[in-house]
Design a protein. Structure first.
Length: 274
């Protein structure tokens, strides 16, 4: 792969609607060739549930979320619901011209090499999950294992989700520092069996390390992990004016349409979906 990629590190937490809009804007900009492949690292201003692009929102207790200050947004990527809270989140946009292999399974294996390296730098021997499992009825991502997950033994650490725009992929996921199992259980309507399953088959950085690492430490490991795992150099940058305008238009659509807001948005700025 090689070469210099852009690195965007968000110093301040942002809303879920902005985070999802920026990730999609980055992909659209890379797809039209106006920016370099990019890794973005960010966090959330308040607990936020992101739903997969085609996920039925009925699996989430929206009343609980509204009553407990939890935002709900829809991702451009697939998969099931994730509660983003005490974590460091990454996104990556790159194309086949940047060395990403075609196909979901092959691209996950390729890109997740950087994630596995980041975990190893943090002292966690994570590996790509080699099996699938889970409660098919649950809306919670962490009750499912896929070939895109990083695990330690039988315990899932994190998952990633993708969407392709032509030959350009957006992949994003989370490095969970600590988990609020009670909140996740309420949000995703988990019964006692599912709650115990989540407790028994998932893990966090704090669980693995015996303490919660600093966010800056996790961010630094993600940067170095991608550089080592993908053989690239990450160069600090920022959003272009065009990407910022695109993200604002996408965020407006999110706020106007609620959890359906990332579907088929077009604007006069050249930012488009579909």
């Amino acid at each position: 792969m090689g070469g210099a990629w852009r690195l965007i590190v968000e110093e301040s937490p942002r809303t879920g609607s902005w985070n999802m809009a920026v990730d999609r804007a980055l992909q659209l900009a890379r797809a039209d060739g106006s920016v370099s492949p990019t890794v973005r690292i960010y966090s959330w201003i308040r607990p936020t549930v992101s739903l997969g692009r085609f996920q039925d929102a009925a699996g989430v207790d929206l009343d609980f979320c509204a009553g407990h200050g939890v935002d709900v947004v829809r991702r451009a990527t697939g998969g099931r619901g994730v509660l983003h809270d005490d974590e460091v989140t990454y996104s990556l946009v790159a194309s086949v011209d940047d060395g990403v292999p075609r196909g979901v399974a092959a691209s996950y294996r390729h890109l997740c090499a950087g994630l596995a390296e980041a975990y190893r730098l943090l002292g966690v021997p994570a590996e790509l999950t080699r099996r699938t499992r889970g409660d098919g009825a649950s809306a919670a991502c962490y009750l499912h294992a896929t070939p895109a997950d990083l695990s330690v033994g039988a315990r899932k650490l994190s998952g990633s989700a993708q969407v392709w725009e032509g030959t350009t992929v957006l992949q994003h996921g989370s490095f969970t520092i600590t988990r609020d199992l009670a909140a996740e259980s309420a949000i995703f309507r988990l019964d006692d069996q599912a709650r115990h399953s989540m407790a028994d088959t998932t893990s966090t950085l704090a669980d693995q390390l015996g303490n919660a690492p600093e966010r800056q430490t996790v961010s630094a490991a993600i940067v170095e992990g991608f550089e080592r795992g993908l053989g690239i150099t990450l160069v600090q940058g920022e959003l272009t004016a065009e990407e910022t305008e695109c993200a604002r238009n996408l965020e407006t659509a999110v706020l106007e349409r609620g959890i359906e807001g990332l579907e088929r948005v077009r604007s006069t700025s050249g930012c488009s979906e579909g």
